[in-house]
Design a protein around this ligand. Structure first.
Ligand SMILES: [Zn+2]
Ligand SMILES: [Zn+2]
Length: 173
């Protein structure tokens, strides 16, 4: 996934990337997620006058713990990827883009563009923050730890009616 910046731009090269990437190193030491397979990278890289566009989709299977009941959750995530790269040492002028859009361009310091770090970053930013085994997951009992999806435990978990909670505050004063 490496490109020569000047050549790609000047020859308006188009490259299709369709490959699997071992990203297990990315998940080493992460407590919140593990990959359950390689990352599928499917991108179209196109050289334009003054910039390079990379668009497509990344897909990966993840294994995480349900944020409520801690049971393993397998999920397939698809990550849209769209980045524009331009050489750092040129002032990019194009009527096609607004200044805001140009400031979104990623600046490439050398003539070599390696997409891998950007792909890795996109994956890391897309890891679900609070995965659920199901929307209806009842979670664990806060007092005995029983997985409430499997059975109820009979603990009194002290659900106070909000109206009474307000009264309780009143008596404190
Ligand atoms: Zn769950
Ligand atoms: Zn309980």
């Amino acid at each position: 996934m490496q490109f020569h910046v000047q050549e790609t731009m000047s020859k308006a090269l188009k490259t299709s990337i369709d490959q699997q990437l071992d990203v297990s190193a990315l998940f080493k030491g992460r407590a919140d997620a593990d990959c359950a397979g390689p990352l599928h990278v499917s991108l179209q890289v196109t050289g334009h006058e003054g910039f390079i566009a990379a668009d497509g989709v990344l897909a990966i299977d993840l294994e995480q713990a349900c944020s409520r009941c801690l049971e393993p959750v397998r999920s397939h995530i698809e990550i849209p990827f769209s980045e524009m790269f331009k050489p750092a040492d040129t002032t990019f002028v194009s009527e096609q883009f607004t200044e805001d859009e140009i400031s979104d361009f990623v600046e490439v310091e050398s003539d070599k563009l390696d997409l891998e770090p950007y792909v890795n970053e996109a994956v890391e930013l897309s890891i679900p923050y609070a995965p659920l085994c199901s929307e209806q997951c009842k979670g664990l009992c806060p007092s005995c730890g029983q997985n409430l999806n499997q059975q109820t435990c009979g603990c009194d978990t002290g659900k106070i009616d909000v109206r009474f909670a307000a009264l309780k505050d009143l008596f404190k004063e």
